[in-house]
Design a protein around this ligand. Structure first.
Ligand code: NAP
Length: 492
């Protein structure tokens, strides 16, 4: 196995360092990078929050989080000690300019050098992004080698996304802005690009001549839990479709860039977003389904209705299914079906490319079903790919056809776990590689595309359709695809 290269020393500041995202994802990811020897001496992590915690108290909090969120077999007491030694906490209210000298002092004190890389990771509400950048600038913490990471969501609509991008862009150059979509850091998602563009067998088939349709699903079994207040203002369209699902669609549909670098890949993704068939009110009514879970059974336990979890009436959608098309030469007429939901029967994110039937049925007297070829790209869990094809069942006495699948599970094939997306993405930030991050124009193009859906759903008469928790969503989602003579694929 190739060992990951050591990154440069860095002051990695996490605004929201005591929050759920930092403790559950970011610090465990940094721990695992440290364990693999990727963090050099002089790599510091500074958590920022309003909590009255000194370095020691913060280290206790992070040790606890690592115990909870890193697999026991990956925990090494020496590495835990080393990571905790890198940690500091600064108590600061982002909105109090008077507090900012504390961060300034901490970053100056004991810094490995004046030109040290500074990462500012904004794991706080997007409403604070503008203020953070402005204050960083005012206290003189932004240098040529500073980078800012914006957690999703970048805005809640086109206007707010533009406002955030403007505010951040006043301080940071676009090449130093990392808008994170953790789906892009997943091994299987990057392998999709490699499978398409580093092999010859798929690309000639990857078009409207041979592909019947594409399905992209991101299903969760959990409800909104503690995130009800945030989620109720967001909903599945903003939380999942505008970013994760459209990004996956872009990677499936994009043209091969001349070579893979930070701008060419993003240029090609942008072209896909711009080629999506624009939504009109009629198309929204016909091709987009909103749902909201009611009571039901999930993972074998009774599940509450969404409205009970958020404690009140709500028309926020927890499920979206939609049909769209990419209006260009390659994909003309090929439907792309997207769906995402909470409280579904299974947690799975998957892309399925369904190919057309063979042009001629050569085995008319054979027994057994024929099915079109399908390529399943499993994004999570158990990242990998499966190619479903038809084979002859072994044995004498005629030809019996049987569907079989060729499996490529990463863990099975490479004997190693896939690193968490954040592990790769955080190191890309330190290295200054923006390839797997969303550029401003991409984010705004995605908001532009979803805007007519949001508009149409803002009418007072709009209501999401109810579905019982633990099911595949409202019946209208099944009708959406079945009226085209197709059906949702069982996940691989
Ligand atoms: P959270 O658990 O509520 O944490 C928020 C963090 O921000 C806390 O550390 C909080 O600490 C700090 N904070 C809030 N206001 C502050 C202020 N005025 N000054 C300084 N610190 C302040 O939220 P989260 O779940 O970690 O999410 C953070 C952001 O990431 C949100 O925008 C969320 O949408 C996004 N996100 C989260 C996840 C996830 O899995 N959690 C996934 C994707 C995106 P104090 O209250 O002590 O100040």
């Amino acid at each position: 196995m190739v060992l990951p290269s050591v990154v440069e020393p860095c002051d990695f500041t996490v605004f929201g360092g005591t929050g759920d995202l930092a403790l559950r994802k970011l610090l465990p990811a940094l721990y695992l990078r440290d364990r693999d020897g990727q963090l050099p001496e002089g790599f510091r992590v500074i958590g920022v929050s309003r909590a009255e915690a000194d370095d020691e108290a913060y280290r206790v909090m992070v040790r606890d989080a690592l115990t909870q969120h890193v697999r026991p077999q990956d925990l090494d007491e020496d590495v835990v000690g080393r990571l905790l030694g890198r940690l500091h906490h600064v108590t600061l209210d982002i909105e109090e300019i008077g507090d900012w000298h504390l961060l300034h002092a901490r970053l100056k004190e004991g810094a490995p050098g004046e030109d040290v890389i500074r990462v500012f990771y904004l794991a706080v509400a997007p409403a604070l992004f503008g203020a953070i950048c402005q204050h960083l600038d005012e206290v003189g913490l932004v240098t040529e080698r500073s980078r800012v990471v914006l957690e999703k969501p970048v805005g809640s609509d086109l206007a707010s996304a533009r406002a955030i991008n403007e505010a951040v862009g006043r301080v940071f150059d676009e090449s130093s802005i990392f808008r994170i979509d953790h789906y892009l850091g997943k091994e299987s998602v990057q392998n999709l690009l490699v499978t398409r563009f580093a092999n010859t067998f798929l690309e000639p088939l990857w078009n409207s001549r041979w592909v019947d349709h594409v399905q992209i699903t991101a299903a969760e079994t959990i409800g909104v839990g503690e995130r009800g207040a945030y989620y109720d203002r967001s909903g599945a369209l903003r939380d999942m479709v505008q970013n994760h699902l459209l990004q996956l669609l872009c990677l499936v549909a994009m043209e091969p860039p001349t070579y893979v670098d930070r701008e060419t890949v993003r240029d090609e993704k942008l072209k896909v977003l711009q080629a999506l068939r624009p939504m009109t009110p009629e198309l929204v009514d016909r091709d987009v389904v909103a749902g909201q879970y009611g009571v039901g059974l999930c993972d074998g336990s009774p599940a509450r209705a969404y409205v009970d979890e958020v404690d009140g009436p709500s028309d926020t959608e927890t499920f979206v299914a939609l049909r769209t098309e990419v209006q260009n030469w390659r994909w003309a007429g090929v439907p792309f079906y997207l769906r995402t939901g909470k409280r579904m029967p299974e947690r799975v994110s998957e892309i399925v490319v369904v190919f057309k039937e063979p042009p001629h049925a050569m085995f008319p007297h054979s027994e057994g079903p024929t099915e079109p070829n399908r390529l399943h790209i499993r994004v999570q869990p158990d990242e990998g790919m499966q190619l479903h094809m038809t084979a002859k069942e072994p044995g004498p006495g005629g030809i019996r056809l049987r569907p079989v699948s060729l499996d490529l599970s990463y863990e099975g094939a490479f004997g190693t776990r896939s690193p968490d997306a954040y592990e790769r993405l955080l190191m890309d930030v330190v290295r200054g590689n923006t390839t797997l991050f969303m550029r401003r124009d991409e984010v705004e193009a995605a908001w532009t595309w979803v805007a007519p859906i949001l508009d149409h759903w803002s009418r007072p008469t709009h209501r999401p359709r109810r579905y019982p928790a633990g099911t595949d969503g409202p019946a209208a989602a099944t009708t959406l695809i079945e009226r085209d003579g197709r059906s949702w694929q069982e996940t691989a």
